[in-house]
Design a protein around this ligand. Structure first.
Ligand code: HEM
Length: 503
């Protein structure tokens, strides 16, 4: 028998008290939060357990529901993601600015949903937080300076690959497939100084990973790692991560092989001077203010993050832009005339860096398409302290906030007739495809690759419109938000070559 003074008994008692205290604290916070969240309107629940979990599935129907919710609750609403996880959804610029403007320490990315990506993207910029994020952000930002981006124009120019397909007689193309191959190819050449020929497999695996993550999101029991990785889907996820990591490893090893082993500082200085400091060089060679470089693990995480973020988002945006212009031949023709006018007296039909500002209508069409079809439909944050909204309501500390980029872009109180494409409309504060407007200085979390992406989109679009006409396919695509906004069975368009010379 255990004596009353036995250390084991004491330990057991302390453990039991600690557990009880935790349960009581959690219950108190839970009920307190429930009370404080009552100021946020709530759409009807499906039932008490699943609540609103299945209300917005990652399908066409889900996106329509999202639009309807933004119309009904224009200043945001709350939902229960299962019985114990509340989430506030923001779809109005006045409200979401409070979170998006908060510092990275106050509004870090939420660990539940972003956590699902951890085995794949590691602690790269997208998923890391705190000092690590700031340090890496400082180190990697120079690789996206416009002086570095300028020479990439040539690579973008050469990458419009459907030319070959169309001349081979394919007039009906799944733009998503071909554009993804193109954006991955150009990303590898520009950012990783690498030329590969096994991209199909990589892209197929990214599609699989995206579908698996979207599926897991919807199944609360599988949110726990130890359960998920016991299921066939969990094992598929692990296998797919391995494949993706092998692909990125090959890119890193190849660059390692060609980099000088000595006089690295001189090599870097020369690169900075000639403005050819590639992202991969920054990743492998640069050191922070304390002379510390990145560890092997950090290098892999950043490479995986950029490989995914850098091609899939741009592919989605470009595919939807081509779709929107196919649906609106009048805008397509205006863009084409703008490009023809710009290049009229030039022998070489190439877009130069200074031309990028000379395509105002084309730029407006890109932006309007990013509004209608944002490739990232939502991002989430979990605040480390209470945040007061402009209307006085308070977001309690620890509650997940979903910034619905799609909902904001389709909120009729900001964008009248939100489903209509109108390139001339403007509402900069409610336009957040890259997470927080165009000014990188004033916000903390926006996309490091946005200038790269916009440049590539302008070049590829301008040159494609010069050579081809895009027409809608017979069947309307059904949208599918799986990490990135995709289309259910591909995004098919008819592509017609244009005769040379002015049309
Ligand atoms: C049209 C194309 C693109 C769109 C719509 C887009 C959108 C976004 C959004 C919404 C975020 C914020 C994610 C969050 O806060 O949770 C983000 C972050 C990020 N994007 Fe992009 N992106 C695009 C292209 C690119 C490209 C081309 C690259 C790299 C070459 C890139 C690299 C990144 C990285 C590394 C982050 C994490 C940044 C950080 O948290 O510091 N993106 N992007």
């Amino acid at each position: 028998m255990l004596e009353l003074t036995s250390p084991w008994l004491l330990l057991l008692l302390v453990g039991a008290f600690w557990l009880l205290a935790r349960v009581l604290a959690w219950t108190y916070t839970f009920y307190n939060n429930c009370r404080r969240l009552q100021c946020f309107p709530q759409p009807p629940k499906l039932n008490w357990f699943f609540a609103q979990l299945y209300m917005v599935p990652p399908t066409e129907q889900g996106l329509r529901k999202s639009t309807q919710l933004a119309a009904n609750y224009s200043h945001g609403y709350m939902i229960w993601f299962g019985p114990i996880t509340p989430m506030i959804v923001f779809c109005h610029p006045d409200m979401l600015r409070s979170i998006i403007n908060a510092s990275a320490a106050i509004a870090p990315k939420d660990v539940i949903f972003y956590g699902f990506l951890k085995p794949w993207l590691g602690d790269g910029l997208l998923l890391s937080a705190g000092d690590k994020w700031s340090r890496h952000h400082r180190m990697l930002t120079p690789a996206f300076h416009f002086n570095i981006l300028k020479p990439y124009m040539k690579i973008f120019t050469k990458s419009t690959k459907w030319e070959r397909l169309v001349t081979q007689g394919h007039t009906r193309l799944d733009m998503f497939e071909h554009v993804s191959l193109m954006t991955l190819d150009s990303l590898q050449k520009c950012v990783f100084s690498f030329d590969s020929n096994c991209q199909d497999e990589y892209i197929g695996t990214i599609l699989e990973l995206s579908a698996l993550v979207a599926n897991r999101n919807q199944q609360i029991f599988l949110h726990m790692d130890f359960l998920y990785f016991l299921t066939p889907d969990g094992r598929r996820f692990h296998r797919a991560c391995r494949l993706v990591h092998d692909f990125t490893d090959a890119v890193i090893q190849e660059r390692h092989r060609t980099l000088p082993k000595e006089n690295i500082d001189d090599f870097l200085k020369a690169k900075v001077k000639t403005k050819t400091l590639d992202f991969i060089d920054v990743l492998l060679l640069t050191k922070d203010e304390d002379g510390k470089g990145l560890s092997d693990e950090d290098i892999c995480a950043e490479a995986d993050t950029f490989m995914f973020e850098g091609h899939d988002t741009t592919a989605s945006s470009l595919s939807w832009i081509l779709y929107n212009l196919a649906k609106h031949p009048e805008y397509q023709e205006c863009c084409r005339q703008e490009v023809q006018e710009l290049l009229r007296d030039r022998e070489s039909k190439e877009i130069e860096w200074d031309d990028l500002t000379q395509l105002p209508f084309l730029t407006m069409c890109i932006k309007e398409s990013l509004r209608l079809h944002p490739s990232v439909t939502g991002i989430s944050r979990c605040c480390t302290k209470d945040i007061v909204l402009p209307d006085g309501r308070v977001i309690p500390k620890g509650v997940i906030c979903l910034i619905s980029i799609f909902g904001t872009h389709h909120n009729p109180s900001v964008w009248p007739d939100p489903e209509v494409m109108n390139p001339r409309r403007r509402s900069p504060l409610a336009f957040i495809p890259f997470s927080a407007g165009p000014s990188p200085d004033s916000f903390h979390w926006n996309c490091i690759g946005q200038t790269f992406a916009l440049t590539e989109m302008k070049v590829v679009l301008a040159l494609s419109l010069l050579r081809f006409r895009f027409l809608p396919d017979k069947e309307e695509p059904r949208r599918k938000p799986e990490l990135i906004l995709r289309a259910e069975s591909g995004l098919w368009l008819q592509v017609e070559p244009l005769r040379a010379g002015p049309q």
